[in-house]
Design a protein around this ligand. Sequence first.
Ligand code: SAM
Length: 259
Amino acid sequence: MFTKLIAANWTSLKYIKNYDNLNQFVPYQQMIKMHVDNVLEKAAALQAERGRVVPIRILEAGAGTGNITLAVASNLLYRSIPFKYVAFDHDDNMRAAGAKKLARLNLPENKLALYPGDLTKPDLGLPVLLHKSDVIIMNNVLYLFPDDVKYAILHNLSHNYLANNGIFLLCEPKAKGEFTYLDMLKPHLKHKGFFHTTFFMLPKLLKLQQGEKDLINKKFMISGLRQKELLVKAGFNIYKIEDAYGQANKYFSCSTRPS
Ligand SMILES: C[S@@+](CC[C@H](N)C(=O)[O-])C[C@H]1O[C@@H](n2cnc3c(N)ncnc32)[C@H](O)[C@@H]1O
């Protein structure tokens, strides 16, 4: 039991390094930007609908090391758009790494909180009672669960955690993503040149590739088509499907289906 705990802890610490390495590559940054743009668009729509500025409520499930949280919150702050952001993750090490990053923003808990929480629980295992959210973000988390659990999670989020006119932003790896690692380097080559790409980014990429082999659990990954079926069955209306993270991920923009 003790050995198992240490092994799990070691894996999650290695995973954090992997994730923050990933964060430096253009395709991952582009994926983060998709979340930022969608949130900004929703904030503008809410303001137009209500005729006044109201804080946009955001819930991020499985926030990991806070890369998306930081980008979305910084962009809202930069534009002086008020928000209430709750991010959660069940992994203590992930949250500790995320909390370090988010501390830079120096925001009170009622504006930005990173809580322990468990997606598989109906109440999400959060230490607070949550209002429904205008936006729910879930990036590369659902693939970790078998189909029946995926469905239960989606159903719970759509029925209990998303406001009536809210949006759900789901980005997921495809079972047969056509991503090749070298594609990650191409934009760097263009922006940063041969020397930087070869001597600085290439070693990072190789580490990342190894990390992904060792750490990423591909057992329950599904096709974009199956993902679509699950979303619809769980009560979402999908209004946009895009490729993300090169060709390796699918990005689903969804709203709640009018009942
Ligand atoms: C691949 S990482 C993605 C992290 C982050 N969303 C990102 O894209 O940078 C998956 C995350 O899901 C979290 N996770 C896995 N199972 C969870 C659960 N049952 N409840 C909450 N978070 C969970 C993991 O701890 C991990 O941080």
